[in-house]
Design a protein around this ligand. Structure first.
Ligand code: HEM
Ligand code: 2O1
Length: 293
């Protein structure tokens, strides 16, 4: 399994806090997106989909390194419906830095910006991903199916080298922001709880709301409550499985525990398959608020 070595020397002169701020300003400027949920959630989903097609057992491994989500071949994967909007938000920033940032670094940094600007935990981040050509695009169909149960979810994340249940539960906790869109995924809602604040709300919703399994307009089964909230079958799997459920209860009662696990798991997701030199720095970014911008 040849690993992909981060090319940190060429990119070390870029001021990544400036890139962070440019992405954060794009989020601020596009606050009307999706009925004023804003573009944080869809940028977070972009970073996850740019990284989550990793499979170390395949010839073409995928992962964020090659920045392959920029190719229509990958962007047109039905799993990526709706993400072209997010990529289009980042194109002017890619042009502005004129090859001083790779697409893989840009996509993953956008996920860090989205989480932090929505009030989530600090995410450590390293640069050095190098754009690969179209030959490095992984096969479509490697992202997860929402119509599945707990064992499917566990096995899916084992492929991404997440062997601990708490990492898996924390990562899916990103469903605290944004919503599903019938035209993208065949799921709709939530209307009430769709937010742009990164909190442990999703875990509290799972435990406290009364959920009813219903077929939606696209013929898919989803869980709805009387306030217009929804859960995917893979969301509900987190309280249908004993081990997952204990962790949902922990995160519902202790947001800092959720934040701590999410921070390291999300960093691991964004760096799957990449070998960074010991010398390449781990960067932490200030939010716009922390810079009084
Ligand atoms: C079992 C694993 C997962 C499944 C099956 C899943 C499935 C989905 C589906 C079907 C949507 C709706 C897309 C749309 O209709 O626009 C969605 C949205 C979203 N997902 Fe996931 N997801 C999973 C894990 C994750 C992870 C690990 C993250 C990030 C760490 C994530 C972040 C998001 C975000 C932020 C949205 C909202 C996007 C928006 O509002 O436009 N998801 N997910
Ligand atoms: O309970 C919520 C809060 C708002 N967003 C979501 C919830 C549950 N499941 C989701 C699944 C995908 C995207 C967003 C959500």
């Amino acid at each position: 399994n040849e690993v992909q070595f981060a090319a940190s020397n060429k990119l070390k002169n870029t001021n990544y806090q400036n890139v962070y701020n440019d992405i954060a300003n794009v989020i601020r400027e596009n606050d009307e997106h999706d009925d004023y949920i804003g573009s944080g959630p869809v940028l977070l989903r972009l970073a996850w989909h740019a990284s989550g097609q990793f499979d170390s057992k395949q010839e073409i491994k995928g992962g964020s390194y090659n920045g392959t989500l920029r190719f229509d071949k990958e962007l047109s994967d039905p799993s990526n419906a709706g993400l072209k909007y997010a990529f289009d938000l980042l194109k002017p920033i890619y042009k502005k830095y004129n090859h001083q940032i790779s697409h893989g670094d840009l996509f993953t940094l956008a996920g860090v910006v989205a989480v932090q600007e929505m009030g989530g935990p600090k995410i450590p981040w390293r640069y050095g991903r190098v754009d690969g050509d179209i030959e490095t695009v992984p096969l479509n169909g490697r992202l997860p199916d929402a119509n599945q149960n707990a064992n499917y979810v566990r096995n899916f994340f084992h492929r991404l080298n997440f062997l601990e249940d708490k990492e898996i539960v924390a990562l899916i906790g990103a469903h605290c922001v944004g919503k599903t869109h019938l035209k993208n995924s065949g799921f709709e809602g939530p209307w009430g709880a769709a937010t742009n604040m990164f909190t442990n709300e999703f875990f509290r919703n799972l435990l406290t709301e009364k959920w009813v399994l219903e077929k939606n307009e696209a013929g898919n089964q989803q869980y709805n409550n009387d306030k217009g909230y929804m859960m995917l079958p893979t969301d509900m799997a987190l309280v249908q499985d004993g081990s997952f459920k204990k962790i949902v209860e922990e995160f519902a009662n202790d947001e800092s525990s959720f934040f701590k696990v999410f921070s390291s798991a999300f960093n691991k997701l964004l760096e799957n398959g990449i070998k960074f030199e010991k010398s390449s720095p781990v960067l932490y970014f200030k939010t716009l608020d922390e810079q009084d911008i």
